[in-house]
Design a protein around this ligand. Structure first.
Ligand code: GDP
Ligand code: MG
Length: 598
């Protein structure tokens, strides 16, 4: 039967190990695209992904492959993001597969995210096919990496494919192992429908486009369907597959991966993780959904131009549809006016969203420094969850504060063990374990406060290990810590958007550094502006921004017109990302300055 000739798989890899390049080779070899439509890195659809060279959204592609047994097979290749922030999307896409290609760079070996992603695949009971990529590099050591896969991950790598995604070496072997090793989907096309929504997109003309994997039954246009979580019913208008262009088909049945359109106008009616069934012959139970990932990092996003508020709300609403891990709610700040408090999986996730809002929706933003979520126990017994430092109640009302901790896995060459441990100790880390992966590389495990990771951990790690460290973390729970709120005052007034929660032991040092940075970042005003850092009523650091001396234009002596214009333009440019706080103009960088150490 056709079902016996379906293979659904993902590619998992650490960033830069060659996932996108291999996906391109697979597309090419299966001739899914005419030559002229082939662009490099076909699966990385968004501009941002191309520019940053990372994969953010998962995509699915329908391929035809003729095996050496003469039979034609249908493959669905489901792409997964490699970055630590997006492990949620990795698990979503893995739930739609029976197998995964595990790519390891032959010159780098296993890295932190390889491990994290492969464990997700093992948890999902996927068949794993190891691929050792970049064997064309002079520094490639495929035999050693093969051993490493067996030792560190603990799976059989004896039939690992040696590949060069760059040259195409090994691609045929990979395709043939996909047929031979990955099981065909199980399920019955006649059973009540169960289709998993693993992603969805909003299209202005057609409404919601749901990416689905059919586990049981068959779905056809014209049928009445029901979303099992929400109970909402719709009529299917179209189903089809991505080749990667969308191609309409008569039906999607067991094992198929494709799209479904049902004039769903409301974002929340097509939830990722929900199960689609038929309204007249419903399945008894929904498929196991995903565990929802709670955002770990929050920041305020405010339009520079306050008349952009509604546009920003619309943008967030749209973006949320394609990114179920994004959260937001309206907030107002004395300093920044109306805006939104937004929650993200991690820092990269946050940066990408900011960039998309500015680029795709053309809205200029002021964003505040990211914060984790604190559990605050008050003396009167009340418990608060605080994701905005300025909402922290007065010190005398607070009994204890808990902060999120993560287990961090850091892989480095031997030479950097000392440097890594020093950073972790400084960041209030608790040493857990250290293991040699081979004679040169070490896996170091620490428990660390998440806030220290948000606060320039990654930058420090990279710069102190010449970029060799790879790093991944998972949330392990909340712990009590000695934390206090620090306020920043400009011209004698608290600027709520600059408040931070800090560990008491480093409060003085942080206060001094923030005040100094603000002094440099905030341009001189007509009058002298005092900058202070306070805890409760105590000033712990202070500085002054001197008053402006003369008009910018007075330097030009009225002569050179183009120079004058340039200066004025420069001034204007500077203004664009400024916000008036009280009487003081504060540039965007100032709001992020509380984050950086030096
Ligand atoms: P991804 O982050 O896992 O998607 O990695 P990419 O596919 O974007 O590849 C990262 C870099 O490695 C790119 O510069 C590729 O050109 C390069 N690359 C990928 N595969 C090979 C290979 O087999 N050999 C060599 N020498 N370079 C490769
Ligand atoms: Mg990629």
């Amino acid at each position: 039967a056709r079902q016996q000739r379906i293979r659904n798989f993902s590619i998992i890899a650490h960033i830069d190990h060659g996932k996108s390049t291999l996906a391109d080779r697979i597309l090419e070899t299966t001739r899914s695209l005419p030559e002229r439509e082939m662009k490099d890195q076909m699966l990385d659809a968004m501009d941002l992904e191309r520019e940053r060279g990372i994969t953010i959204k998962l995509n699915s592609v329908h391929l035809k492959y003729t095996h050496t047994d003469g039979e034609e097979y249908t493959f669905h290749l489901i792409d997964t993001p490699g970055h630590v922030d997006f492990s949620y999307e990795v698990s979503r896409s893995l739930a739609a597969c029976e197998g995964a290609l595990l790519i390891v760079d032959a010159s780098q070996g296993i890295e932190a995210q390889t491990l994290a992603n492969v464990y997700l695949a093992v948890d999902n009971d996927l068949e794993i096919i190891p691929v050792i990529n970049k064997v064309d590099l002079p520094s490639a050591e495929p035999e050693k990496i093969k051993q490493e896969i067996e030792d560190v991950i603990g799976i059989d790598a004896s039939e690992a494919v040696y590949a060069s995604a760059k040259s195409g070496l090994g691609t045929d072997e990979i395709l043939s192992q996909i047929v031979e090793k990955i099981p065909a989907p199980t399920g019955d096309p006649e059973d009540p429908l169960q289709a998993l929504i693993f992603d969805s997109l909003y299209d202005t003309y057609r409404g919601v486009i749901a990416y689905i994997r059919v586990k049981e039954g068959t779905i056809r246009p014209g049928e009445k369907i029901r979303m099992m979580q929400t109970g909402k019913e719709f009529e299917v208008s179209e189903v089809g597959v991505f080749t990667p262009k969308p191609v309409v088909s008569d039906e999607l049945t067991v094992g198929d991966v494709g799209f479904m359109i049902a004039s769903i106008k409301n974002v929340s009616d097509s939830r990722v993780g929900d199960t689609i069934t038929h309204a007249h012959k419903p399945a008894e139970n929904p498929l196991p959904g995903y565990k929802t990932m709670n955002p770990m990092v929050f920041c305020g996003m405010h339009p520079i131009d306050s008349s952009d508020y509604n546009a920003l709300r619309d943008a967030l609403e749209r973006l949320e549809l394609n990114d179920s891990s994004l959260q937001y709610e309206a907030e107002s700040s004395q300093a920044l006016g109306f805006g939104f408090r937004c929650g993200f999986l991690g820092l990269l996730h946050m940066e990408i969203l900011q960039e998309r809002i500015e680029r795709e929706y053309g809205i200029g933003l002021i964003t505040t420094a990211p914060s984790v979520v604190y559990n605050v126990y008050l003396t009167d017994g009340e418990v608060l969850e605080i994701d905005n430092p300025s909402n922290m109640p007065d010190q005398q009302k607070v009994d204890t504060v808990e902060e999120p901790f993560v287990k961090a896995t850091i892989m480095v060459p031997n030479d950097f063990v000392g440097a890594v441990m020093e950073i972790c100790q400084k960041k209030r880390g608790e040493f857990i374990d250290m293991q040699y992966m081979d004679e040169n590389r070490v896996n170091i495990v620490y428990n660390l406060p998440l806030t220290e990771i948000v606060y320039d951990f990654f930058d420090q790690l990279k710069s102190n290990t010449k970029g060799y460290a790879s790093f991944d973390y998972e949330f392990i729970g909340y712990r009590e810590s000695n934390l206090v709120k620090m306020d920043i005052l400009l011209n004698g007034e608290i600027v709520d958007a600059l408040s931070v929660i800090v560990h008491r032991d480093s409060a003085y040092e942080r206060g001094k550094s923030i005040v100094e940075k603000l002094k440099d970042l905030i341009p001189r005003q007509q009058f002298e502006v005092p900058v202070q850092a306070t805890i409760g009523n105590n000033v712990i650091a202070r500085s002054n921004i001197k008053a402006m001396r003369k008009n910018v234009l007075s330097k030009c002596y009225g002569g050179d017109v183009t120079r004058k214009r340039k200066l004025l333009e420069k001034q204007k440019e500077g203004k664009r990302r400024m916000k008036s706080v009280g009487k003081v103009d504060v540039p965007q960088e100032a709001f992020m300055s509380v984050l950086r150490m030096d």
